[in-house]
Design a protein around this ligand. Structure first.
Ligand SMILES: Nc1ncnc2c1ncn2[C@@H]1O[C@H](COP(=O)(O)OP(=O)(O)OP(=O)(O)O)[C@@H](O)[C@H]1O
Ligand SMILES: [Mg+2]
Length: 226
């Protein structure tokens, strides 16, 4: 479903990722584990089209490596960046709706997806009319998750969603991810984390990224790399 063939990714003249050759199947819950600076964010940004790529990245029958970034939402890809990037003057609901415009969804489909997001994350319904600039950092992560779900019908990528969350909110976030998984068995989830223990019992497969290279791995603390 998502396939990398001999991919390198560069930012400016600096090559950050190299030798990427792997496939991700539909419905996988993938943990992407790596230390700070290993290249996790760059890998997600590469799928989003924000780096300079050699090699092939295939999403189903579509080549992502030669496609402009704004086309991802229309393909069913949703992305929650590390730093959330909410528009603080827009309301929570307006932020969640932004990818609907990029994906050119009709009114009925947009409303259907919004209702589903509010079912999975009911707290967002309560915050819907508040300016996104007025929600806490942890609540902002929930908003960013909701926004990723608006376009992410096939692939949802979450960059270090648990980082900085207080324990109660981290549990709430994990419960929301389980609710998403229960509501939709076919969507693929890619979640990056520098602390592998946060994803134990949740991920169906683990990839370890180290100095820009990706290998199969495990979340078992005694056997970090395969
Ligand atoms: N805009 C940039 N220009 C140059 N180098 C960059 C840029 N962004 C990232 N890098 C470099 O790319 C490498 C991978 O960074 P990346 O942010 O992908 O790591 P990460 O695994 O997400 O780390 P963290 O856990 O800190 O979020 C690092 O060596 C970093 O210094
Ligand atoms: Mg990162």
């Amino acid at each position: 479903m998502l396939e990398f063939r001999n991919v390198t990714a560069s930012i400016g003249i600096i090559q950050i990722l190299r030798g990427l050759d792997f496939r991700i199947a539909p419905a996988e819950t993938l943990a992407l584990i790596g230390r700070n600076g290993a290249g996790k964010t760059t890998l997600l940004r590469t799928i989003m089209g924000f780096t300079r790529v050699t090699g092939e990245i295939r999403f189903g029958d579509t080549r992502l490596d030669s496609m402009a970034p704004p086309k991802r939402p229309g393909l069913g890809i949703g992305y929650s960046p590390e730093d959330r990037r909410l528009f603080s003057a827009f309301t929570v609901e307006e932020n969640i709706l932004l990818p609907a415009q990029a994906a050119r969804l009709g009114t009925a489909e947009t409303q259907k997806r919004l209702d589903r997001i509010y079912d999975i994350l009911p707290e967002l319904r309560d915050m819907a009319g508040r300016p996104a600039g007025n929600v806490s950092g942890g609540q902002g992560k929930m908003v960013a998750l909701g926004r990723a779900l608006m376009s992410g019908t096939r692939l949802v990528m979450l960059d270090e969603p648990f980082q900085g969350l207080a324990p109660a909110l981290a549990q709430r976030y994990a419960a929301a991810l389980r609710a998403l998984r229960d509501a939709d068995r076919s969507v693929t989830l890619m979640i990056t984390e520098s602390n592998p223990s946060l994803l134990r019992g949740f991920a169906s497969r683990t990839l370890v990224i180290e100095r820009g290279e990706v290998a199969e791995g495990t979340l078992d603390p005694d056997r970090r790399t395969a």
